[in-house]
Design a protein. Structure first.
Length: 418
């Protein structure tokens, strides 16, 4: 078992480069299955989730090679359209191969996916969308099976702007002889990156980033070279760390337009956020910080993936903040661990009341999921004393070489194996 040991009380100083987006990389890797030609992906983060997706594609017959942040994926010899249960359980995003397999082969068999236990993330919206696209979908013995049947609809309205369902349906509809419209589509930047990738492969998609996406079907797709967008959640996590520690850092390799709701809340807390050189932000947390209220919403609202980090930041800010979680019903598990560090947090259903204090203190805590682990790091660097974080495998699913990046900012951080 690995642990992260972090010494608090240091103001972060220096520069940190954000890695490629995990949430953009995974659907793009799945989309490589839509062609039989080689695809080259740049700025791919070295994360456990990415490695699992590599295993998923390899289990289907793809050949994969990694070279210094670049993935070369050759899907020419895909030999299977079935994803075994043990592969699906490792990661939620494994379900994205279903849309790609349906799009290329007209058939797929995928086990229900696993992932972080942050609440229900049912496949209902995916399945309903596949059926409206004309696929015959059945559920039995823990598997979802889909087969091409007929094409009765080309206008789909999602019950909720689900990111995964939007991505899956884009991939399932792109190779066809008709035009498909997806309404109430998710608007996240990762959706736009998937559209850009598919269009470079020869697809005809427009509207990503808006709530209506139009897909003009094409006969086939070809190989492509593509650079993944920067990870906006990793950028936001370092911004929260800078504010929490009273630091002064420059976060490099960011797209500021993707960080609008995060930047707004960091500024509302009282930290300074200054744009520099187009793709970098300077964050100064040396002012007196104050409480804010947060409500998570689908993009362009405040992202649920930043809610735990903001709770950690607000726990060390004097005053009372209210956080409302509207996306996942079980995404306050980090509150218990923050309490071990001295936080005063009361949770009632989907609402958390945070009575902030001047500074938290170190403790031995446990990462219950990916973003909960990030929240504990934010609390540790902003607190006093030494914090030991267990279950760090969650953290390394989404943060590349996090201990090295912390060290580069002056934090006494080390990863140890117990």
């Amino acid at each position: 078992m690995d642990r992260l040991v972090i010494g608090g009380g240091t103001r972060l100083r220096g520069r940190v480069r954000v890695s490629g987006s995990k949430n953009a990389t995974l659907p793009i890797m799945a989309a490589c299955l839509l062609t039989n030609k080689e695809c080259v992906l740049h700025q791919v983060p070295d994360l456990d989730d990415v490695k699992v997706m590599e295993e998923v594609l390899s289990s289907l017959g793809a050949r994969i090679k990694r070279e210094n942040g670049t993935l070369i994926i050759n899907p020419e010899n895909i030999t299977s359209y079935e994803l075994p249960e043990h592969m699906s359980r490792k990661m939620r995003a494994s379900n994205l191969v279903m849309g790609a397999l349906l799009g290329r082969f007209g058939k797929a068999r995928v086990s229900y996916p696993g992932g972080c236990a942050i609440g229900q993330r049912p496949m209902d919206i995916h399945i309903k969308g596949f059926r409206e696209l004309g696929y015959r979908v059945t559920e039995a013995y823990g598997y979802i099976e889909g087969y091409a049947a007929e094409y009765p609809h080309c206008d789909i309205v999602l019950d909720f702007p689900s990111v995964g369902a939007t991505e899956n349906l884009m991939m399932a509809a792109v190779i066809s002889n008709r035009t498909t419209v997806i309404r109430n589509a998710a608007r996240e930047p990762e959706i736009v990156d998937l559209q850009n990738f598919l269009n470079r492969m020869g697809a005809k998609i427009r509207g990503a980033g808006l709530d209506v996406i139009r897909i003009e079907g094409v006969r086939s797709l070809h190989g492509v070279e593509h650079e993944v967008i920067p990870d906006r959640i990793e950028a936001g996590t370092f911004m929260a760390m800078a504010a929490s520690s009273g630091g002064d850092i420059i976060v490099e390799n960011v797209l500021p337009e993707h960080l609008g709701p995060i930047t707004a809340k960091i500024r509302e807390v009282g930290a300074e956020v200054i744009g520099c050189n187009g793709n970098a932000l300077r964050v100064l947390g040396n002012r007196k910080l104050g409480p804010v209220d947060i409500k998570t919403m689908p993009y362009p609202g405040f992202p649920t993936d930043m809610q735990p980090q903001m709770m950690a930041l607000l726990s060390g800010v004097e005053g009372t903040s209210v956080i409302v979680e509207t996306i996942f019903e079980n995404r306050f598990m980090h509150a218990n661990e923050l309490r071990r560090m001295g936080a005063d947090i009361k949770v009632e259903g989907r609402v958390a009341i945070v009575k902030g204090k001047r500074r938290l203190h170190g403790a031995t805590v446990e990462a219950t999921d990916l973003r909960a682990g990030a929240a504990l790091i934010v609390a540790a660097v902003g607190g006093s004393g030494e914090t030991i974080i267990d279950n760090t495998h969650h953290i390394y699913r989404g943060y590349e070489r996090i201990e090295e990046k912390l060290q580069s900012l002056g934090v006494n951080a080390r990863r140890i194996t117990v």
